[in-house]
Design a binder for this molecule. Structure first.
Ligand SMILES: Nc1nc2c(c(=O)[nH]1)N[C@H]1C(S)=C(S)[C@@H](COP(=O)(O)O)O[C@H]1N2
Ligand SMILES: [Mo]
Length: 319
């Protein structure tokens, strides 16, 4: 039957080039000029059997989620970041270039059938690549709209084959004080970590990001793979993930460990619940002059509110 139901968060047109969907990471990097010497390309670069991984159905499902606000210009986005491993200001894009993102391995352990360590290129070759435009709302009340490239987190969960006792997924960033000297600062609970429930991890919207703006992920965006949870405050969307652990115990993330009164486990966006030190009612989109109203679940309530039925009255759901 030639009738396809689009996901409610998908819109018609793709803003990025078609080719980007068919490129593997090394080709994307080459396209982005990240690999200076042509000698580095080839050899290790696998030819992608594109049809296998980018079926029309997958690409439709991965169409751009509905964003009523325009995509944030890449030039603004790639120079205004939170990546504390490289400094606590927003201007860490130069420092972040020290990150060694290739080669990269991802370890999956904890309550799983079989712990795994995967080369990220091999992992990407097994995952259905998609492009999605997502709004991102930082707890600090700025926001952006990014055309991400990546794959559904639920596909990675399926690959990991968690045991039934696993109720949470914990994510951990790399730890390397040589490339990220800020990780020597002992008052922070390095390495950065975050956690979500299995049901959140298998929600359609939860995405592992490996690219943006039609290119491999800039280092300052959290190369080579990061999380994006568009309905939660940005600190949940952990960058440069090196380990994923399935566990029966509720993980305590970097910010919750630092200040659990201001940054909690759920961190679902809600304009009506203020941060102790500022309002969450409005936000400043990067690259725009005027503030705009913040939306409940950052505008993704139709897809995610069901996971929190009955919890709405609990303040901890919202910070
Ligand atoms: N490892 C790591 N992940 C992180 C952070 C960080 O400091 N370190 N900052 C978080 C915060 S607060 C936000 S708002 C987003 C910022 O993502 P961006 O720089 O791509 O906009 O990354 C999140 N993930
Ligand atoms: Mo943030």
């Amino acid at each position: 039957m030639h009738y396809h139901r689009r996901k409610s968060w998908a819109i018609r047109e793709s803003l990025a080039t078609e080719e980007s969907l068919f490129m593997n990471r090394r080709q994307l990097m080459a396209g982005a000029g990240a690999l200076a010497g042509a000698g580095l390309i080839g050899g290790a670069a696998q030819a992608l059997p594109a049809e296998a991984r980018f079926s029309p159905a997958v690409r439709r499902a991965g169409g751009f989620p509905h964003a009523t606000t325009p995509v944030t210009p890449e030039s603004i986005n790639s120079t205004y970041n939170n990546f504390y491993e490289f400094g606590s200001s927003k201007s860490i894009s130069r420092e972040a270039q020290a990150l060694n993102s290739d080669p990269w391995t991802l370890t999956i352990d904890g309550d799983v059938e079989q712990p795994l360590t995967l080369d990220i290129d091999a992992l990407m070759n097994r995952m259905p690549m998609q492009e999605r435009v997502y709004r991102h709302r930082c707890v600090e009340a700025w926001s952006m709209v990014v055309p991400w490239i990546g794959f559904p987190l639920k596909d990675l969960v399926a690959l990991a084959a968690p045991l039934s006792k696993a109720r949470y997924v914990r994510f951990e960033t790399f730890f390397d004080t040589d490339t990220a000297p800020e990780q020597k600062a002992s008052w922070y609970p390095w390495p950065y970590s975050e956690g979500i429930t299995i049901s959140e991890a298998t929600n359609d919207l939860a995405m592992i990001v490996v690219g943006a703006y039609g290119k491999v992920l800039h280092k300052q965006f959290g190369a080579p793979l990061r999380l994006h949870l568009p309905w939660k405050y940005g600190f949940k969307s952990i960058k440069s993930i090196s380990k994923i652990t399935f566990t029966s115990r509720k993980p305590k993330g970097f910010w919750e460990t630092l200040n659990g009164r201001e940054y909690g486990f759920w961190a679902n966006v809600n304009p009506e619940v203020d941060h102790p030190r500022w309002t969450q009612a409005t936000e400043k989109p990067l690259g725009q002059d005027d503030r705009v109203p913040t939306q409940l679940y950052n505008g993704y309530g139709a897809q995610v509110a069901g996971m929190y039925a009955g919890m709405e009255g609990d303040r901890s759901t919202w910070f």
